[in-house]
Structures are given as structure tokens and as C-alpha cells.
Design a protein around this ligand. Structure first.
Ligand code: URA
Length: 193
């Protein structure tokens, strides 16, 4: 296992898959390195690729708004993606790309040791929770894996595309807040709902 500095350095010079050829920046992930909650999306989009920061485009702004409902902000959680470099035209990351990148994510999880991991969208859920995960049926449900609580929510881009899904996402947020209250010791996510 690498420490944060070694890991970040390794990621920034990574050439393990073809995404390295088209990226502008490696999106390493950011937030609280002692967080109890971690969010994992699919892969960087255009804004993320240009800035090197996760979830800063439209979907990211929408996610920030959603999480503010349960009083979570980026100083409290860590947020990253299944792949750290942008897939061209925002296509889903390929298995071969996720295979190349997952060791970095595992290393980040090992360093942070979060109590809760929230998958944003089906790509992360399929890879991290279960191969045949069905996001429409299983979003908001908890799965315990090696002592870590995992759940998936709809990806914020899906919620932007289809506002009819938002009430379900709101329920998932409440579920997340309840789990935070149950298993986390930091004093966050305690207000509002
Ligand atoms: N969508 C993702 O899945 N990740 C990002 O970082 C931005 C948009």
C-alpha cells in the first residue's frame, strides 16, 4: 500500500490504460482524507478533465446541492471515481480501464477506511457492490462488505436528465443520513431532516 504522496504521484504519471493518451489532467479525487463517507462516481467529464477536480461540472453542482440537504459538504467526505482519467465523449469506462485503475481506488479506500461508501450510478455499483446490480431496484439499499456499508444512488447526471427520479433520490439521501447517524462518529449530517 502506498501513502498519499506516493499514491498521488503514481496516479499523476499513470500510463496503465489508453485514457492516459487523451486526458488533460488526472482526477485523483479530493476531500477529507479522514472521512467516514466516500462517494464514488464513474469517471471524469470534460470540466473535471480540464480542472483535475471531481464532480465540478453540472452534475457535480447538482450533487453538491443534494448533499447540502443533509448537511454534507466536501470538507466532510472524500469523492472520486472508478477511473481517474476522462473517457472520450463521456462514454462509460471500459472494464479494462476500470481494471487498470481500481488498485488506486482500493489504495485510497485502504488509507481512508470509510464506514460508508456511496456509489454514484450503476457503473460504480456494478463494479463495487455486485456484478448484476440493478440500480432501478436496488438504489438506496445497504450492503455490508468487509465491514463497510455500501449503497448506490442514481448518478446526478441521471437525475438532471430525468427529474422524475428525484423523489427517490431524496429518499436515498434520508437513508444515507440515517446510516451516518447510526455508524459515524463525526458530527456531520446531523441536521435538517
Ligand atoms: N460524473 C462522474 O461520474 N464523475 C465526475 O467526476 C463527474 C461527472
Amino acid at each position: 500500500m502506498l501513502n498519499w504522496a506516493e499514491l498521488e504521484h503514481t496516479c499523476r504519471s499513470c500510463q496503465k490504460c489508453a485514457l492516459a493518451e487523451t486526458r488533460h489532467n488526472v482526477v485523483f479525487g479530493e476531500g477529507n482524507r479522514e472521512a467516514e463517507v466516500m462517494f464514488i462516481g464513474e469517471g471524469p467529464g470534460e470540466q473535471e478533465d480540464l480542472t483535475g477536480r471531481p464532480f465540478v461540472g453540472r452534475a457535480g453542482q447538482f450533487l453538491d446541492e443534494m448533499l447540502s440537504i443533509i448537511d454534507l459538504d466536501r470538507s466532510q467526505y472524500f469523492i472520486g471515481n472508478m477511473v481517474k482519467c476522462r473517457p472520450p465523449q463521456n462514454r462509460d469506462p471500459l472494464n479494462v480501464e476500470m481494471d487498470a485503475c481500481i488498485g488506486y481506488l482500493r489504495n485510497q479506500v485502504a488509507l481512508i477506511r470509510p464506514k460508508i461508501i456511496v456509489c454514484l450510478g450503476r457503473v460504480a455499483a456494478i463494479r463495487l457492490i455486485r456484478e448484476d446490480f440493478k440500480i432501478t431496484k436496488e438504489h438506496g439499499l445497504w450492503f455490508e462488505k468487509a465491514g463497510t456499508w455500501m449503497m448506490a444512488m442514481y448518478h446526478p447526471s441521471a437525475l438532471l436528465r430525468d427529474p422524475r427520479k428525484r423523489p427517490e433520490a431524496f429518499e436515498d439521501l434520508k437513508t444515507l443520513q440515517a446510516k451516518i447517524r447510526e455508524v459515524c462518529t463525526h458530527t456531520y449530517g446531523q441536521n435538517v431532516l
